[in-house]
Design a binder for this molecule. Structure first.
Ligand SMILES: [Zn+2]
Length: 287
């Protein structure tokens, strides 16, 4: 049941994309070509530099260590009428209020690299450290969430679907770079958001390793973090994620303890539509 709901969401999103195919990404590309006649080199020069990202590869003799870092999971921040499964949409006013409540309660959003350093190097974390993660790469990421996060000087991790970069309603390659250049973490959520345990090993490689290559080309730097579509994985999928070069990967299993014992199946805390700002703070305090 838990997995059936996001499946419906993905189907609805795919239908939306199908309805509008060819209108969004293609038009934008044409406009870019029409207004930038000076060639690829000059366009590249005008583009902000890639972020310098640290290498996040665990040492072979990694010590056993756990840290308490709640990783919140959002999907859409959009009105009720927007496409998508109901509980995966948070109203924009409610999202803004939740950030304000988290800030007022003294929580600090951290980068994936900070979690990595805390796990593998024993590096200190700020008080009440949390990670805000956002799945599926809807255009809400840049239109709604990014301005709200910047207002509170917060960071988040956006797990994007690389096969949807040209579909209307989802972040484009330029918008993914915009998130990255704004100081947000961008992670991988596969190429087509399929149920990974159901795929052949070859298909898994395309969805996982292939998607990582695409995202790294978009960003211009390595990508080390991954989120399983529908939270679905098995031993073979985890091995494929490891082989692809990811070192931090997230499921949808509930929990707030991240550990070097299971860095590729880390838990998260789902934030649904019915959550309130006060309820979210109380939830974090009870974990
Ligand atoms: Zn997803």
């Amino acid at each position: 049941m838990q997995r059936a709901i996001p499946v419906l969401c993905a189907i609805a999103a795919a239908l939306l994309a199908g309805c509008g195919a060819g209108s969004g990404g293609g038009a934008a590309t044409s406009r870019t070509r029409a207004t930038a006649p000076h060639g690829a080199a000059q366009r590249a020069a005008a583009r902000p530099r890639p972020r310098a990202v640290p290498v996040l590869i665990p040492p072979a003799d990694a010590p056993a260590r756990s840290v308490h870092v709640p990783v919140l999971t959002y999907h859409r921040v959009a009105p009720l009428s927007a496409v998508g499964q109901l509980d995966l949409k948070v109203d924009p006013a409610n999202f803004a209020a939740e950030l304000a409540a988290i800030h007022a309660a003294g929580y600090h959003t951290i980068y994936q690299a900070q979690l990595f350093d805390a796990l593998y190097k024993g590096a200190p974390l700020p008080p009440k450290a949390i990670i805000i993660s956002v799945d599926d790469g809807y255009v809400d990421d840049v239109r709604t969430m990014l301005p709200d996060l910047e207002r509170w000087h917060m960071v988040a991790t956006f797990f994007v679907i690389t096969g949807r970069m040209t579909e209307p309603g989802f972040v484009s390659a330029d918008q993914i770079r915009e998130l990255d250049r704004a100081g947000m973490d961008v992670g991988d959520h596969t190429e087509h958001h399929l149920d990974l345990p159901e795929l052949t090993s070859s298909e898994q490689r395309t969805e996982i390793a292939g998607s990582r290559q695409v995202l790294q080309r978009v960003l211009g730097h390595p990508v080390y973090y991954f989120a399983y579509p529908f939270g679905a994985f098995d031993a073979a999928v985890v091995q494929a994620v490891h082989a692809a070069g990811f070192t931090l990967a997230y499921s949808t299993a509930g929990g707030t303890t991240e550990s070097t014992a299971a860095p590729l199946t880390m838990p998260r805390v789902h934030v649904g539509r019915s959550e309130t700002p006060g309820g979210l703070v109380a939830l974090l305090g009870s974990q």
